[in-house]
Ligand binder design. Structure first.
Ligand code: ADP
Ligand code: MG
Length: 725
């Protein structure tokens, strides 16, 4: 018998690993490097003629179209700045529907005909690019004969220089659209929905007496959870390498039950990694703020400060890429999969969101006086309406094969989208409901806008970790997004449904005021109406309890357990109407999102199924067979020697080898034969047949892991991967 070299060599290599020394002065002030690689407003102010600078600011703040002359001036300054920073190339960076980041790199150098080349970069090149991007998923939006896609500069998200040992690149954040203007990416809907939301938020603000308020933007602060494991283990696990999660592996004897990792001391090697990543993020102007251990062993969290949603989602993508590359420098692999380890806590990306602008701050903060509080309550009520009417869309915005392992399991929020308000706000809305029912000032019920409104404290309030959508004092926290996904999807959805809700609020108030109703009374009526019609979405109890799904059903809330249940929400008649009304997606675009969602789901599970088949057949089964032979030889030798050997291990192993073999055969047959013409039907087959067939293979394999001799076991185990850092 040969001992398995791969796993044991990996362990030896991990033991011998020496972390690299920290490559920078740890005493360096973060302020010295913050934003040093960003073509920020400050840099522009220094380098651009005043009128050009003003014009750019106005494009950012007031959404005025970008003047081509201005673009030329900006491009020229940007090029000079980038060349000084050592950039040799520029890249339009965009976010196709694969959920990854795509870049098209071009050299600054243009041949000038006499054998030499000149660095050139025009406004036109800055503003628009044309990647040959026909292989990005588009859900039927582009035929191959018009396969071209265009990238267009998102002026609101600053350009930056990305460093690389082989040369630096000027990166320009862009949208990615088809020749006919349809969105092929994640950024376009964020910008479109942002615009729609702002229009209606401003109408509400005007009703509250703000004259010509600035654009209202959505802010997003994403909390990112991730795992770190040693690279040697990563490279010896084909499942982690190709699918991002372990498809095999028995639960470790010591799990997270002790909670000893949560907020514990950060291991030295990880701390080195964190310092290094933060420094890289700072250079890119990404305000990484807090860092700590998470619940599971090997799991950590980083939370950058909140920013405008479009910038936050660009930064979020950049953060993930940076984490991956810096982790490799430290001999580790950073895992962003939602559920890399079965039976161990998964990773999410809590999306904290609020609405506001520089002038007014967050509109989701209780004010200092009843008038401000009334405005705050209207914005909160809009959230309640939005989430109640379109919870299914929020669920769809976080649907993926990988997030299905997390949502609804006993760790992440349930798949039922409800709102947690905290005691204080729940109580206020409760009073509003009663006040609205009687409409009686005399009885001392609450009337908004007058002194009877209770003083709202600004404490972050209480926490309910089981709620998918929780008010946390000055923002809402959407906890369902998965760790690997872009925040652009959820943010576009939040903006869109908020646009509808704020439109509703503004229209209701405008109509009442025009009819001569007192404004305070109109507000009271609106709030009562929203609580009466949409209060069912408010749930302050335990979202993990067995009773909640039953109660939720009685309340008429959807429980969309899997991606296959959730994706059709994107193309329901109500959704199509909503997207069209607020200019976020036309019908074709909505269908394309749905189709790409289905395709990605089928693709992800099919890759996993093929890997399960391959690893099961070529790695796990051979180890089990070797051990079975060893046991059989042992039994024979003992029998030959006249002894009575214990056969129970041999029998147990033989039974499991039998189960594993037949489970692998079933999976093989299934993969060869099961597919339908319709995308959703294929996704349903994949969910209902392929996933269970994979689970059967895994069950036999994981049980074998507990029986087969350790020196024969080929795959790094959970305890090795999770505890050796
Ligand atoms: P907690 O662990 O208490 O949820 P963290 O500090 O880990 O809090 O993360 C909170 C996140 O919420 C950060 O990204 C932070 O910037 C963000 N945040 C704070 N205030 C707002 C706000 N008004 N709007 C949007 N995000 C916010
Ligand atoms: Mg949090």
């Amino acid at each position: 018998m040969t001992a398995n070299p791969v796993r044991l060599q990996a362990i030896a290599a991990v033991e011998a690993y020496v972390p690299p020394p920290i490559s920078f002065d740890p005493g360096e002030e973060p302020g010295e490097i913050f934003g040093s690689n960003v073509f920020s407003l400050t840099v522009m102010q220094k380098r651009l003629p005043k009128s050009v600078y003003k014009s750019v600011v106005s494009t950012i703040e007031k959404s005025t179209p970008l003047d081509p002359d201005v673009a030329d001036a900006v491009a020229s300054a940007m090029k000079d700045w980038a060349l000084e920073k050592g950039a040799t190339h520029y890249a339009h960076v965009f976010y196709p529907l694969t959920g990854l980041t795509a870049e098209k790199h071009d050299s600054f150098l243009d041949p000038v005909g006499d054998g030499t080349a000149l660095a050139s970069f025009s406004g036109k090149t800055l503003v628009q690019g044309e990647p040959d991007a026909s292989s990005f998923p588009n859900g039927g939006l582009r035929n191959t004969f018009e396969a071209r896609g265009y990238t267009g500069w998102d002026v609101m998200s600053p350009a930056y220089v990305l460093e690389n040992p082989n040369g630096n690149t000027l990166c320009i954040p862009t949208v990615f659209i088809s020749m006919t203007g349809e969105a092929l990416d994640h950024k376009t809907p964020v910008l479109r929905s942002q615009q729609a939301m702002s229009v209606h938020a401003k109408r509400v603000l005007e009703l509250f007496g703000h004259t010509e308020p600035d654009n209202v933007v959505a802010y997003c602060g994403p909390e990112q959870e991730y795992f770190l494991i040693d690279s040697h283990f990563f490279w010896s696990r084909p499942d982690l390498l190709n699918a991002g999660r372990t498809l095999f592996g028995a639960k470790p004897p010591k799990g997270q039950e002790f909670d000893d990792h949560y907020f514990g001391a950060i291991p030295e090697r990880v701390l080195g990694f964190m310092m290094d990543t933060e420094r890289e993020l700072f250079k890119l102007g990404i305000p990484a703020k807090t860092r700590h251990n998470e619940v599971a062993p090997g799991q950590f969290e980083v939370a950058p400060m909140f920013e405008r949603a479009n910038e936050a989602s660009d930064h979020q993508q950049l953060l993930m890429t940076t984490f991956k590359s810096v982790a490799r420098k430290h001999g580790m692999e950073c895992l962003f999969h939602e559920k890399p380890f079965d039976g161990v806590n998964g990773s999410g990306k809590h999306v904290n969101f609020s609405l506001g602008n520089a002038e007014l701050g967050s509109l989701l903060v209780p004010g200092d006086n009843p008038h401000d509080n009334a405005q705050f309550l209207v914005f909160c009520a809009a959230v309640i309406r939005a989430v109640h009417l379109y919870g299914g869309l929020l669920r769809a915005s976080v649907a993926s094969a990988s997030n299905d392992h997390r949502l609804g399991a006993n760790e992440a929020p349930p798949a039922i989208i409800s709102i947690f308000l905290g005691d204080q706000l729940a109580d206020v809305f409760d009073q509003i409901a009663k006040g609205g029912a009687t409409h009686s000032k005399e009885k001392g019920t609450l009337t908004i806008g007058v002194d009877t409104l209770p003083n709202l404290t600004k404490d972050p309030g209480d926490r309910n970790r089981t709620s998918p959508f929780a008010f946390t004092g000055n923002r809402f926290e959407f906890r369902a997004p998965g760790s690997h996904q872009t925040v652009a999807g959820p943010m576009a959805m939040i903006n869109t449904i908020m646009a509808e809700a704020l439109d509703h609020c503004a229209t209701s108030l405008e109509t009442a005021v025009a009819a001569g109703t007192d404004f305070n009374e109109a507000v009271q009526t609106l709030l009562s109406e929203i609580v009466a019609n949409h209060g069912a979405v408010i749930f302050n109890g335990n979202g993990y309890s067995d009773e909640w799904p039953i109660e939720a059903e009685q309340r008429g809330l959807k429980n969309l357990r899997t991606t296959v249940d959730a994706l059709p929400e994107l193309i329901s008649p109500e959704a199509i109407e909503l997207f069209a009304k607020y200019g976020v997606f036309n019908e074709g675009e909505a269908h394309s999102r749905f189709e790409v969602g289905c395709e990605q789901y089928v693709l992800a599970v099919t890759v996993e199924a093929n890997l399960t088949l391959e690893i099961g057949t070529t790695t796990v089964l051979p180890a089990a067979l070797r051990y079975q032979t060893e046991l059989a030889l042992n039994v024979k030798a003992l029998t030959d020697a006249g002894l009575t050997p214990d056969r129970s291990t041999l029998e147990a192993v033989s039974t499991l080898v039998g189960s594993l073999t037949s489970a692998l055969a079933d999976l093989r047959t299934l993969l060869a034969h099961e597919h339908a013409d319709d995308l959703l039907e294929t996704a349903t087959i994949v969910r209902d047949r392929v996933l269970p067939a994979m689970a059967a293979v895994r069950a036999a394999a994981d049980e074998l892991e507990g029986l087969v001799a350790d020196d024969l076991w080929p795959l790094p185990t959970y305890q090795e991967m999770l505890y050796i850092l």
